[in-house]
Design a protein around this ligand. Structure first.
Ligand SMILES: [Zn+2]
Length: 206
């Protein structure tokens, strides 16, 4: 179970986390979690380039170590990168010290030259108050739109409709450059980019 739109109460409860950018401009912040991987990330980069869109990639450290050339391409094409832990840990099931160490390990894989803005997104959106405190030197980025490209219960058409209906100025939208989501992403991402580009929106990196 998941919600396509983040309830406003959650944003009030955790004001130190970033849920959405405050702006009146037609700007959307696309984010891609779980890469970089050869089967999906290069395809995403090609589509983003086609639409002149920038995005933010929340990378799993382990994947950066395995596929440094794809990570380099993400950087060289002007996208932002963030930390998604080294091994995609679930914060609710991981002791504080282990969680923190794993984040530092991913930070090392990212490299200090690319981690200066220190963006972090907790895998599954699951993070405890103590972990939030421990990561005080990071900007923790959540989202206001979760189209659900990973969901086996929704068709690509439904995912696209949810993504479009819930997005607005300053939205932070979660997609995934992982294998589980790729079938849907292939249909949803180009149509989403086309829809909002026609409406005059720009896609920016965080
Ligand atoms: Zn993830």
């Amino acid at each position: 179970m998941f919600l396509h739109k983040t309830p406003i109460i959650l944003r009030w409860l955790y004001p130190s986390l970033i849920w959405k950018r405050k702006t009146d401009l037609k700007e959307i912040y696309l984010t891609f979690d779980d890469g970089p991987i050869p089967m999906v990330t290069p395809w995403v980069l090609d589509i983003l380039r086609k639409w002149n869109a920038k995005a933010t990639f929340f990378c799993v450290g382990e994947n950066i170590s395995k596929h440094p050339e794809i990570f380099s391409r993400v950087i060289s094409e002007g996208h932002a990168v963030g930390n998604h832990t080294h091994n995609h840990l679930n914060g609710w099931k991981t002791p504080l010290v282990d969680y923190f160490k794993n984040c530092l390990q991913a930070d090392e894989a990212i490299g200090s030259e690319y981690s200066e803005n220190r963006l972090f997104r907790p895998p599954y959106g699951r993070i405890t108050s103590k972990q939030i405190k421990a990561l005080k030197n990071w900007q923790i980025v959540m989202w206001d739109v979760l189209p659900g490209d990973f969901s086996s219960k929704h068709s690509a058409e439904e995912v696209l409709q949810k993504a479009i209906i819930n997005s607005s100025e300053g939205s932070i939208v979660v997609f995934h450059d992982n294998l589980k989501s790729f079938d849907k992403l292939k249909e949803v991402l180009p149509a989403y980019l086309e829809h909002f580009t026609e409406q005059g929106y720009k896609f920016k990196a965080l």
